[in-house]
Design a protein around this ligand. Structure first.
Ligand SMILES: [Ca+2]
Ligand SMILES: [Ca+2]
Length: 335
């Protein structure tokens, strides 16, 4: 009897997969206030009508001498210093609370008076296509800003211009991690740099795959909050692993990527701030591979995704790289 029950379930699943609109009355709105269990696979936390990804899995520490304890010849051990010319631009060792030329030890000062992109600190520690969490402290700012990136302008390419503890996330497009000056003049002192992988599957939370939608749908994601320099959005044409399209926001940009068999391509990168609870919309129409990505009702990008490896996948999921990114509502409807 149990085997028969299992066979009937498998047959039902096959029928479900063959149908384009099985079992649900669209549009479906998920408010994350207790109504979501039939649509949402769970695993993230629901707090005050928002869903938060508190299940991010990090790898081990990749940075060598991230606390700038060891120096040789006034350059930090483990780091490659680029763009240094005497004392300007310069990376040098200073103490807490000190700017360029300050006394003390154990922190790294990045200084230039007129070279907007130097000096640079590098470590070849990244794998292209992997997602990373980057944390560090800006101890002192006299002037300017720094940018955290890789040599392909990946990792979110986030500019930091204030003091305090920072948490950023992004996908590597090059194997070399870099922190560099981003303005002239710049005089900023940093410490405790950490870079760890984020396990991709732990950034994704699938909605019910039985939606069975490979095209002819829209996804509305109301983003209530995004931590600056982090990513939150939606995934579609998801096969449960390394094939999907994705649209996400980081507070200053809206980006569209595709992942085909583990190889990412960026399809759009447009300036867009996040206003609480405004809608990021993905429209994936029937009969064309041209999508429309909108924010607050305004089209921001019309990427073409035609890869055979992803366009027939039917999964829809949420994506978030940081626990304080908050999604307040998701609606899935038919076009
Ligand atoms: Ca230190
Ligand atoms: Ca130096």
């Amino acid at each position: 009897m149990w085997a028969g029950y299992r066979n009937s379930i498998q047959r039902w699943r096959r029928i479900g997969q063959a149908m384009s609109r099985p079992g649900f009355t669209f549009p479906i709105t998920i408010n994350f206030d207790g109504d979501e269990s039939q649509f949402f696979d769970g695993g993230w936390s629901e707090v005050g009508g928002n869903v938060l990804n508190d299940q991010i899995v990090l790898g081990g520490e990749l940075v060598v001498n991230g606390n700038f304890a060891a120096w040789t010849g006034d350059n930090p051990d483990g780091w490659t210093v680029v763009g240094e010319v005497g004392a300007d631009p310069e990376v040098s060792e200073v103490g807490a609370g000190q700017g360029h030329g300050g006394a003390g030890t154990g922190l790294a000062n990045l200084f230039n008076s007129a070279s907007a992109t130097n000096p640079r600190l590098r470590q070849a520690i990244l794998a292209i296509g992997d997602w990373y969490q980057i944390t560090f402290d800006v101890d002192t700012k006299v002037s300017g800003s720094i940018v955290v990136t890789d040599l392909g302008n990946g990792l979110g390419n986030s500019v930091v211009s204030t003091t305090g503890s920072k948490i950023l996330a992004g996908r590597a497009s090059n194997t070399t991690f870099q922190i560099r000056a981003a303005a002239a003049p710049t005089d900023m002192t940093i410490d405790d740099v950490s870079v760890k992988t984020q396990t991709l599957s732990s950034l994704i939370n699938a909605l019910k795959s039985q939606f069975g939608l490979s095209d002819g749908f829209f996804i509305d994601v109301a983003i209530n909050a995004v931590t600056a320099g982090n990513q939150v959005g939606a995934i579609w044409n998801y096969d449960g692993s390394n094939n999907f399209g994705m649209a996400y926001m980081n507070g200053t940009k809206l980006m569209v990527d595709k992942n085909v068999g583990g190889t990412y391509s960026n399809l759009a990168n447009v300036a867009q701030v996040v206003t609480p609870d405004q809608i990021l919309r993905i429209e994936n129409p029937v009969g064309t591979n041209v999508l429309d990505i909108l924010y607050n009702g305004v089209s921001k990008a019309t990427p073409t995704i035609a890869d055979a490896g992803i366009i027939s996948n039917t999964g829809i999921a949420l994506f978030s790289t940081e626990p304080n990114n908050a999604i307040s509502k998701v609606t899935i409807g038919l076009l």
